[in-house]
Design a protein around this ligand. Structure first.
Ligand SMILES: Nc1nc2c(ncn2[C@@H]2O[C@H](COP(=O)(O)OP(=O)(O)OP(=O)(O)O)[C@@H](O)[C@H]2O)c(=O)[nH]1
Ligand SMILES: [Mg+2]
Length: 347
């Protein structure tokens, strides 16, 4: 397994991203697809109970950045691991299953991210389930998370479910059905594109610092895609706009678009305010800047205590002395003795 290399010379080269969402929404499958897309020869990690209960970290290089990707467990029993992930990350991929909808747990999780100031991309999974519906899922997310939730891509469907997506600004269709991703131009009057493109452009213009954009848009001028993309990325980084991307965690559809948004829309660690800092005695210290040339400052986000299994107590036969019993058990000397440590049998 190998990753393309990125020279990390400043915090700007790093993205710390956590995948969060309800249990079973597709986080781990998506995590694996993201790794597969960038790590040559990556075959995946075994999903066992221990793995599913833990905050899991892997890194990949994409474009010009190094991404530290955290996969958080969704089950409420492991909420401590999830919170550790929120503290460690500068942004989140919020995974929602279109087949299951948004419940109270997902809403509480969204609020936690808001309190932590985390920019978010919504990855909409399980669109291949029979009753799943993109439009209904978007409307549900907008109703529960606010108007900042806006699709930047709409899905394209084949007979067996989602096979790609259309970028609403670029008007490019990304077709994953043949293995490699193939891009085609599409028309702006595609009805699904029309539904979401206008609201997205208007939201981007409202977030933009360039006041002339709105006038130009209202006069019917076609705005440059690169300008809109730049402003979109700024609105994502400041947690004012939350793009929705349809994905398939099962096949990897949408991972390229997700990785591009992570690279260009998610903030660098320098943009994330550091938490309040104190001395070990609890006295306030000035909040440290994210400065690679400054003194080391570390934040502990997770500690674990290994359960210490009690040594099985053995009953020593009362008819022998302790040393005779030890000799019968370890003829070349007990493991704690000097002789045993020198014994070739132990080397
Ligand atoms: N059909 C379909 N199945 C999916 C998709 N994404 C995930 N699944 C399946 O949903 C199940 C749960 O997926 P996981 O990736 O383990 O979900 P998770 O969010 O990591 O779950 P927790 O770690 O328990 O919170 C698995 O059987 C996946 O194969 C999808 O886009 N389509
Ligand atoms: Mg998981």
């Amino acid at each position: 397994m190998s990753a393309a290399q990125v020279q990390v010379t400043s915090p700007d080269d790093v993205r710390n991203v956590v995948l969060i969402g309800n249990a079973g929404s597709g986080k781990t499958s998506l995590f694996e697809q993201l790794l597969r897309a960038r790590l040559v020869g990556y075959r995946g990690e075994k999903e066992d109970a221990e793995r599913a209960a833990q905050l899991y970290l892997a890194s990949l290089a994409t474009g010009d950045v190094w991404v530290n990707l955290l996969d958080a467990p969704g089950h409420p029993d492991f909420v401590g691991e999830l919170r550790a992930g929120i503290r460690a990350a500068d942004a989140a991929i919020f995974v929602i299953s279109a087949a299951d909808g948004i419940d109270g747990a997902a809403q509480a999780l969204w609020e936690e991210c808001t309190a932590a100031g985390l920019p978010r991309i919504i990855a909409l999974t399980k669109l291949d389930a029979g009753h799943a519906d993109f439009d209904a899922s978007v409307a549900d997310a907008q109703g529960k998370f606010g108007e900042g939730v806006l699709p930047t891509h709409v899905p394209t469907l084949g007979p067996d479910g989602i096979i790609g997506n259309i970028g609403l600004l670029s008007l490019e269709e990304h077709d994953y059905s043949g293995g490699d991703v193939v891009n085609h131009k599409v028309a702006a009057d595609d009805s699904h594109v029309e539904t979401y493109r206008g609201p997205l452009i208007e939201a981007i213009i409202q977030e933009s610092e360039d006041d002339s954009l709105m006038d130009r848009y209202l006069e019917g001028e076609e705005l440059e895609v690169d300008t809109l993309l730049d402003d979109l990325m700024k609105a994502v980084a400041t947690a004012n706009l939350f793009p929705v991307i349809p994905v398939s965690s099962a096949t990897g559809v949408g991972v390229e678009e997700l990785l591009r948004l992570i690279e260009h829309g998610f903030p660098t660690p320098s943009a994330h305010p550091n938490p309040p800092t104190t001395t070990p005695a609890g006295e306030d210290l000035p909040t440290p800047a994210t400065d690679p040339s400054g003194p080391l400052v570390a934040q502990v986000i997770r500690t674990t205590t290994a359960a210490i299994t009690p040594r099985p107590t053995r009953r020593i036969p009362t008819t022998t002395t302790r040393s005779a019993w030890a000799r019968s058990r370890w003829p070349s000397g007990p493991p704690w003795s000097r002789e045993a440590r020198r014994s070739p049998a132990r080397s």
